[in-house]
Design a protein around this ligand. Structure first.
Ligand SMILES: [Mn+2]
Length: 438
């Protein structure tokens, strides 16, 4: 018997990959993990007959030929299948989209892809070969792509994920069913936990990153915790979230981590607790220790492992074009135009920052026929300034909550730089700067 396996704690992308891999490899049986991730439980309940995975014990009865592994390249995540893999007489091929390029599965031929969802790889392969799918299979696959790309909003999403989704829709995948499968909090205990976490969460500024932490004690592990954390992360404007669950009866602790940026790679932090996952979504289950112990160790760890957030120094333009407050509005207007600026800081005789003048301020002078008036009569005096240590998050606050267009950076009472909205956007979305250049 040739078999297809995924990682332990099968999630939607894993199941989608297995179903499509089976379609591509007729005669292969898909073998299920003993654990189903809570996010995939809905799908499993609805589509059990279509999914039609066999148990490890059933597979063990036959002789194993080839083995296909999907959605993981790490040995730690396929341990429960070890007897099947070790007894195989055929090849071992891994199809995985996780970024670390080294696999520690001995003897495996790894075929990596960098799509947002691993399911995408198989969907495109089916499309390329002109093969078709049942509507139910297409729906299962589409749910996998939606799940792993965060509804096509994660930074990891690729054009191929959209292409695969388009193909699956042609195969009559049902978006309505996908929506039902993905509904995160279907259980009452999930909803109440969601509110509990939101109420009790604490925020910490760790090296300029806004990190939220929650600590919940429960009797025993309940289903759907990751889904609850995901939802909390969804509604909160934070850089990272770490939710610690202590299961008092089982004497184990689960840490679920989410991050908004690859810069805060939470899988690195989770690895030191025996966990794994992606840079932005990761978890660890620590057995035989109390929640308090783990939480304290975790707090020590996080402080040293979080990379400081970018600060004003790395974003600002150092050569600031400045305007003297005694210049006339005409001079200021010509200066801005020739410098291709919409506004600039204004300094007094001593070179101290006195305000900002923008084309809009000058327009007011023009309307009042006061173009010979000095800049100081029309400039904005109440301005927001930053220091070299102002964080990206603070800049964001200034730009988008307080409607500021540019932020002069002051050090030792001197104007040392300026940051515009464009500088900020180029920093947040580096691709934006590149495409603007090309
Ligand atoms: Mn995946």
């Amino acid at each position: 018997m040739n078999i297809i396996i995924g990682h332990t704690n099968m999630d939607l992308d894993c199941i989608g990959s297995m179903v499509l891999a089976r379609r591509l490899n007729p005669g292969y049986a898909a073998v299920r993990s003993r654990l189903i991730h809570p996010v995939a439980q809905n799908l499993y309940n609805i589509y059990n007959p279509v999914v039609d995975f066999i148990k490890i014990e059933e597979a063990m009865r036959g002789e194993i030929g080839n083995v296909i592994v999907v959605d993981t390249r790490s040995l730690g995540r396929i341990r429960e299948f070890a007897p099947l893999i070790e007894s195989r007489t055929g090849g071992l091929t891994v199809y995985d989209h996780h970024p670390d390029d080294s696999s520690d599965i001995p003897g495996a031929e790894v075929r990596g892809n960098s799509f947002g969802a691993n399911t995408t790889y198989f969907a495109i392969e089916l499309m390329r070969r002109g093969m078709t799918l049942d509507p139910d299979e297409a729906t299962i696959a589409l749910a996998g792509i939606f799940a792993d790309t965060g509804n096509f909003t994660h930074g990891s999403v690729t054009a191929e994920d959209f292409l695969a989704a388009s193909f699956l829709l042609e195969q009559r995948a049902s978006p309505a069913m996908v929506s039902r499968i993905l509904k995160p909090l279907q259980e009452e205990h999930q909803m109440s936990l969601f509110h509990q976490i939101l109420n009790e969460m604490v925020y910490q500024d760790i090296h300029g990153n806004l990190v939220a932490l929650s600590y919940v004690v429960m009797d025993r592990q309940a289903g759907g915790l990751a889904a609850v954390v995901e939802k909390v992360f969804d509604v909160e404007d934070i850089d990272a979230l770490f939710s610690v669950f202590s299961f008092s009866e089982e004497k184990s602790v689960l840490i679920v981590a989410r991050s908004r940026h690859d810069r805060i790679a939470v899988n690195g932090i989770m690895q030191s607790f025996g966990g794994g996952g992606h840079a932005r979504a990761s978890s660890a289950l620590v057995k035989g220790r109390t929640g308090g112990e783990v939480f304290r160790e975790f707090m020590k760890h996080i402080d040293s492992s979080l990379v400081p957030a970018a600060m004003a120094t790395s974003l600002m333009t150092r050569e600031v074009r400045i305007i003297q407050q005694d210049w006339s509005l005409i001079e200021a207007s010509m200066f801005l135009e020739s410098s291709n600026l919409t506004g600039a800081p204004v300094v007094d005789k001593d070179g101290k920052l006195a305000g900002i003048i923008t084309l809009r301020d000058i327009m007011k002078g023009r309307r009042a026929s006061q173009m010979h008036a000095p800049v100081k009569a029309y400039m904005t005096r109440k301005i927001v300034t930053g220091s070299l240590h102002t964080t990206v998050r603070e800049l964001e606050e200034y730009f988008f909550r307080r409607g500021v267009g540019q932020i002069p950076i002051i050090d030792d009472e001197k104007l040392v730089g300026i940051i515009t909205r464009t500088d900020y956007l180029n920093h947040i979305y580096p691709d934006r700067a590149q495409s603007a250049e090309n």
